[in-house]
Design a protein around this ligand. Structure first.
Ligand SMILES: Cc1ncc(COP(=O)(O)O)c(C=O)c1O
Length: 399
């Protein structure tokens, strides 16, 4: 009998991947689909980083299993970066390099969460947070921010959600899916709450650190009162356009770093050696390509903001980072076109794919079923065309 474990059977398929699959099917039929559904930079990995990988291959000495937590020089460079840019006190002993930030997060959850432990997830949230808490048999507790506050969960909301079962909290800033960036004051208030609960570990996902339009990126791990409670997650996928290279890392208190190394040592071992050599180049070389990409994202954000503002009945706000818009589109629920009624965000996303030939992601995947997520990691031309198509398709929906 094809019987899956309860753990896997109960796991939702990633909504972003499901939507991309549907879009691919349309494309195979020759239909011009504009994809705004994936969380992936549309830039190529900067050349000097790729050259670093080539040089490592040519050196012919990076073929053995790499050390489980990552090469020492890479971990040292990452620790220096975290001290210099993030004001986090650490050494290479706090760093574990993994196969993407996704694995880093899973490593941490498996290392600290017992079945029945509660994990507070700032909502709207990145899809995999829920899934990985579920896999560890922890209990996800969603604490949702309000759109009037760019969907940012507040320190007061956090405090109210903490119980004696709370083991961890997790959030991303800049946020996927909302693009919100928590300010220094907001994080200071959160740190104050956490400092009262020394048994709680905070997982601060900073993978969009370099795509921040408000100037200052603040790391929760830089607040001294919680430095022993914070795991900072980061990686190379977004800021360095290296999604496929699969390099992420954590900076964690040593006991957690050791546990993650133990866990990783059993399930994957050290990550790809050549990708690590490329990551070392990415982190130590001039960051000009990263800055240029950020400028391009900012320009596109402004472009999409103007175009979205032209669409009636959408509740929107200005995202401060990452490369997503997450508007509230619930005013369109219950409206119909040609006998087809759109009842929720899932149906609206499917309607936009079928009618506008634009793929977006339903907000229900991120804990906000009144929203849809649009990624603007796409060309200006595609963005203009996609927003025009969305506007036209929505205009067809009548009450
Ligand atoms: C908030 C967030 N964290 C982590 C990741 C995973 O990054 P990586 O490619 O390093 O696994 C993503 C990717 O979409 C993300 O959006």
């Amino acid at each position: 009998m094809n019987k899956l474990s309860d753990r896997i059977a109960g796991l939702a398929e990633s909504a972003t991947i499901a939507m991309a699959q549907k879009a691919r099917e349309y494309k195979e039929k020759g239909i011009n689909i504009i994809s705004l559904s994936l969380g992936e930079p549309d830039f190529s990995t900067p050349k000097h980083i790729a050259e670093g990988a080539k040089a490592a291959i040519d050196e012919g000495k990076w073929f053995d299993y790499s050390p489980v937590p990552g090469y020492g020089d890479l971990r040292k460079a990452l620790a220096e970066k975290l001290q210099r840019e993030n004001n986090i006190k650490c050494t290479e002993n706090n760093i574990v390099v993994s196969t993407g930030a996704k694995q880093s997060i899973a490593n941490v959850m498996y290392s600290i969460v017992n079945p029945g432990d509660e994990v507070i997830i700032f909502s709207p949230y990145w899809v995999s947070y829920q899934a990985v808490v579920q896999l560890t048999e922890g209990i996800p507790v969603e604490v949702k921010g309000d759109i009037s506050n760019n969907f940012k969960t507040t320190a007061e909301q956090l405090e109210a959600a903490i119980t004696d079962k709370t083991r961890a909290i997790i959030y991303s800033s800049p946020s996927n899916p909302t693009g919100a960036v928590w300010s220094r004051e907001e994080l200071a208030a959160i740190a104050k709450v956490l400092a009262k609960h020394k048994n709680i570990i905070a997982i601060a996902d900073e993978i969009y650190e370099y795509i921040n339009f408000v100037g200052e990126h603040v790391s929760l791990g830089s607040f001294p009162e919680v430095a022993d409670q914070v795991v900072t997650v980061n990686g190379f996928s977004k800021g360095h356009a290296m999604t496929g290279w699969r390099i992420g890392y954590i900076c964690a208190p040593e006991w957690i770093a050791k546990a993650c190394t133990k866990y990783q040592g059993q399930i994957t071992s050290g990550t790809n050696s050549i990708a690590q050599r490329a990551a070392l180049v990415a982190i130590t070389a001039d960051q000009e390509p990263t800055r240029k990409m950020k400028e391009a994202y900012l320009r596109r954000r402004n472009l999409v903001l103007d175009l979205l503002n032209e669409i009636p009945d959408i509740k929107n706000y200005t995202p401060s980072g990452a490369f997503y818009f997450f508007p509230d589109v619930s005013a369109y629920f219950g409206r119909s076109s040609e006998g087809r009624t759109v009842n929720n965000a899932d149906e609206l996303a499917m309607y936009l794919l079928d009618v506008a030939h634009v793929s977006v992601v339903t907000g229900s995947a991120f804990g906000a079923p009144e929203c849809i997520r649009l990624s603007y990691a796409a060309s200006d031309e595609d963005l203009k065309e996609a927003l025009k198509r969305i506007k036209d398709a929505l205009a067809k929906l009548k009450k």
